[in-house]
Design a protein around this ligand. Structure first.
Ligand code: ADP
Length: 521
């Protein structure tokens, strides 16, 4: 027999891709399709679009390779939900997209689910199901819930009502006991829930009409899929506990393979099952989107070349695009800290003047003073209070330019206040201005600060009980930055490298390979 190939398809947020690999993981063909735009009743018809993209991808697989395909698997966006007719498989309702929220269902869901369960979020699959259930009058008896990947796979194998335990996590499936928990099972809408198997399990043969239409072989099987972010993790082939993948895209996400399961809603940390292990993950709001605010991709590349990654940057930032962070610090009010300005002022008048000064510089002071009005101002301006530094405490790194500017301003009498009553010895910069004169230093400081957040993230997972991280692979736009990789190695104290494969479609192809191997033994 000739060599067999394994087909993975990814239905991500921005389009659909396929990857065709062999047993060694070598790619024989790959491609991408945008989601075609079909509009019905002034709304995007996603169901039609996904179906069209699926068959376009099958057509894109080179004709001479199709007979070699032994198995197929698909990943889809997590929590993208379809309610279909359990007899025909046709959608009864427009699909609920991954990022759609159904807050109307939250009270009901919270009243039945354990506190802080993954389903207790407006965008969970269960909230989508309950929202539909509460709205819909008819069709309830013959309805079935499927995730995007389940439904697309169904188009290929034809057996209705099958899902995988990764996709089913957000509807409430418990992957540890391998069942729907009793609190969910006892609900009337639980009759809609699909049966659940392990990702990569063979579901059945490719439907005959599709086989003959496209020229696939009779023994080609279709295997259970997973979510897009898990497929991207699988692509990196981090298969041992302690191996992790940091994704440096618009945001920073980490995923660690662990022997223990961790769930902590405070930090948005939860675990997906992967066979006998757990994939523990969390996502920070810092990341490439902040870099993008200041630098183009070309600038990032050029400036990075001049960074000495062996040297620690003295700048300490918390780069965020907006207020609020969940992981590794759970604080919805966390203000982007590009550095900290500490000024200690005594007296209401002075405080007001100081606030004006800093505001004009787009800087917020962190003040430690007791007056009522000051506190109101601090609250109104969302200022972070820092403890008053004692003599023995290490000093914050100073920003000479700012201190000088500040004193100039005071001396010129702009603020109408008296220098003597301002304690501005420990001053560092806060927010983006003023930034160091050198862009290289500035970028160095931001990259280093993100590395510290990454280190904190891995430490938090360890503190919560996950397997200790041993090696970090990197995916996303930041992975190609070698200087950043070196900085992260120094800060994390771990080997860091770029993942060879990061496409979710490649991860889905690995699931297809797994299914075919299992099927043949
Ligand atoms: P997304 O999460 O949006 O898919 P990508 O994985 O495509 O993001 O990564 C895009 C991000 O990578 C951008 O925010 C950009 O700032 C960042 N980026 C691009 N080039 C570099 C580089 N050389 N060094 C660091 N970051 C970079």
């Amino acid at each position: 027999a000739g060599e067999r190939l394994y087909l993975g398809m990814d239905f991500g947020t921005s389009g659909a891709r396929y990857a065709l690999i062999d047993k060694q993981g070598i790619i024989h063909s790959e491609g991408k399709r945008e989601y075609p735009v079909f509009v019905s009743e002034e709304k995007m018809d996603w169901v039609r679009s996904w179906r069209a993209a699926l068959f376009s991808l099958l057509e894109d697989v080179p004709v001479h390779l199709r007979p070699l395909v032994a198995s197929i698997s698909i990943d889809g966006t997590s929590a993208t939900t379809l309610i279909v007719d359990s007899n025909t498989g046709e959608p009864l309702w427009r699909p609920f997209l991954y990022n759609e929220s159904c807050p109307d269902a939250l009270p009901t869901v919270k009243s039945v689910a354990p506190a802080n369960h993954t389903v207790c979020s407006g965008s969970s699959t269960l909230c989508k199901l309950v929202s539909w259930w509460n709205k819909e009058e008819s069709n309830k008896k013959s309805a079935l819930l499927l995730h995007q990947a389940d439904w697309l796979l169904w188009l290929l194998h034809g057996k209705l009502g099958v899902s995988d335990y990764n996709n089913a996590l957000k509807v409430g499936y418990d992957p540890a006991s391998d069942s729907y928990p009793p609190w969910l099972h006892s609900q009337p809408y639980s009759q809609l829930l699909p049966s659940v198997i392990a990702p990569g399990t063979s579901i059945g043969n490719l439907k005959e009409d599709i086989r003959t239409q496209f020229g696939f072989q009779e023994d080609c099987i279709v295997c259970a899929g997973t979510t897009d972010s898990i497929a991207a993790f699988l692509a990196a082939r981090a298969t041992q506990p302690g191996k992790a993948v940091t994704s440096l895209g618009s945001t920073l996400a980490i995923k660690l393979l662990s022997t223990t399961r961790i769930d902590d809603a405070r930090f948005g940390v939860y675990s997906h099952r992967l066979d006998d292990k757990w994939l523990v993950g969390g996502a920070s709001n810092t990341g490439g989107a902040v870099l993008k605010q200041f630098f183009t991709d070309e600038q990032l590349q050029k400036l990075s070349e001049q960074i000495n990654p062996m040297e620690a940057s003295p700048l300490d930032y918390y780069p965020l695009k907006a207020v609020g962070e969940r992981f590794p610090v759970a604080d919805p009010n966390l203000v982007p800290r590009y550095s900290i300005l500490v000024a200690f002022v005594f007296g209401t008048q002075k405080c007001l003047a100081l606030v004006n000064f800093f505001q004009s510089k787009a800087i917020f002071p962190c003040c430690a003073f007791g007056e009522y009005l000051s506190i109101l101002l601090i609250k109104a301006l969302n200022i972070v209070l820092l403890p008053f530094p004692s003599k023995n405490q290490p000093k914050f790194p100073k920003n000479k330019v700012l201190i000088d500017e500040f004193h100039d301003c005071l001396e010129a009498g702009d603020c109408g206040m008296n220098c003597d009553s301002v304690y501005s010895e420990s001053v560092t910069v806060r927010k983006l201005h003023p930034r160091p004169e050198s862009d290289v230093e500035y970028l160095h400081g931001i990259l280093e600060s993100i590395a510290h957040i990454e280190a904190k993230a891995y430490n938090l997972l360890k503190d919560l009980g996950a397997t200790q991280v041993e090696e970090v692979l990197t995916a996303g736009g930041g992975a190609k930055n070698e200087k950043w990789t070196k900085i992260r190695e120094r800060v994390l104290g771990l080997p860091v490298s770029r993942a060879k494969q990061t496409e979710a479609a490649y991860g889905a192809a690995l699931l297809a390979l797994k299914g075919a191997q299992h099927d043949s033994c």
